[in-house]
Write a protein that binds this ligand. Sequence first.
Ligand SMILES: *[C@@H]1O[C@H](CO)[C@@H](O)[C@H](O)[C@H]1NC(C)=O
Ligand SMILES: *[C@@H]1O[C@H](CO)[C@@H](O)[C@H](O)[C@H]1NC(C)=O
Length: 346
Amino acid sequence: MLVHLIVFLLAFLPNLRCISNNILRLNIPRIPKLDPNTVCKTYPDLSEKQYDLCRTYPDVTASAIQGVQIAIHECQFQLTEYRWNCSSLERKNKNPHSSPLLSKGFKETSFAYAISAAGVTHQVSKACSMGKLKSCGCDMSVYGNDKNFEWGGCSHNIEFGSRYARRFMDSKEVAKDIHSQINLHNNRAGRLAVIRHVKKLCKCHGMSGSCELKTCWKAAPDFRAVGAILKRKYEAATQVQVDISNSANAKLIKRNGRRPKHLELLFYEKSPNFCDPNPVVDSPGTTGRLCNKTTTGIDNCETLCCGRGYNTLRVKRRERCDCKFYWCCYVMCKTCTYDEWVTVCK
Ligand SMILES: *[C@@H]1O[C@H](CO)[C@@H](O)[C@H](O)[C@H]1NC(C)=O
Ligand SMILES: *[C@@H]1O[C@H](CO)[C@@H](O)[C@H](O)[C@H]1NC(C)=O
């Protein structure tokens, strides 16, 4: 099927230039065999528990890994105006979770965890209902008649997706320290961003679309919407500490002494300014970033360039755009070319 898709694209859109890369480094263009040797051994830095899980469910894990990639991609879209824009998590043949930033406790760290957990939930749920995975199918618990429609069709298996996301992501957090507790919390917030925004899709039947009969099913929200929800949570992220007055059962508390809500993103370390390159926090710095000299937003040149100033250049800029993630394991992007005046941070 994938081969057909590519052939289709190339045949009908001759001007479309595609860059494709494969996430798992499997050989394209045949549909890859998703067995433990192709999936678990090619993806770097799986923890021991993740590796075991992968050996048992290689196809679900491939889908989970694809979910993480989609999440990192979305993270870059959502944070495009920020000094730290998530691009450092997307390196070829690297597991984004091995980034030094993910062992920190910044707001940015919390966003990366939450959106990754959301990506896994989303992607596995969808893959189940597409009939791609051995261990799951459509969510069959959704059936029966409602007021003026009937539940039917294939509901996305959010239950299975979120359970797998939990096993796959949370299994890394074995320590009982604040870092692990916060990661677990943010992972859950990410899963909830998908679960709580499940939507109902319907199809009409009956004479010429009269919609006398309607069949509906549950579907995961668009991942773009999930990204936007989590971005708002990121902007409102809350600093927490461990409540030491209650040492028997250490809990995370906010500065006002309250317990955080499930959907809040939590951090415990003040972020650096991300102005300069610093490998310790996975910051590439902002030199060379496009800034906007007229906006009052966060991407204005003064803020984004950290007061270093900017250059105005005429450039032919090529950028990947309209990326699509195909089952399993490919990203295909168009290349968009812009010829324009830009302001770029010194
Ligand atoms: C993110 O930042 C990196 C380097 O700091 C830059 O190369 C990249 O183009 C930026 N991405 C977006 C989407 O702005
Ligand atoms: C800069 O920001 C202004 C105001 O938000 C916006 O109208 C304009 O399109 C932006 N320019 C670029 C190049 O992004």
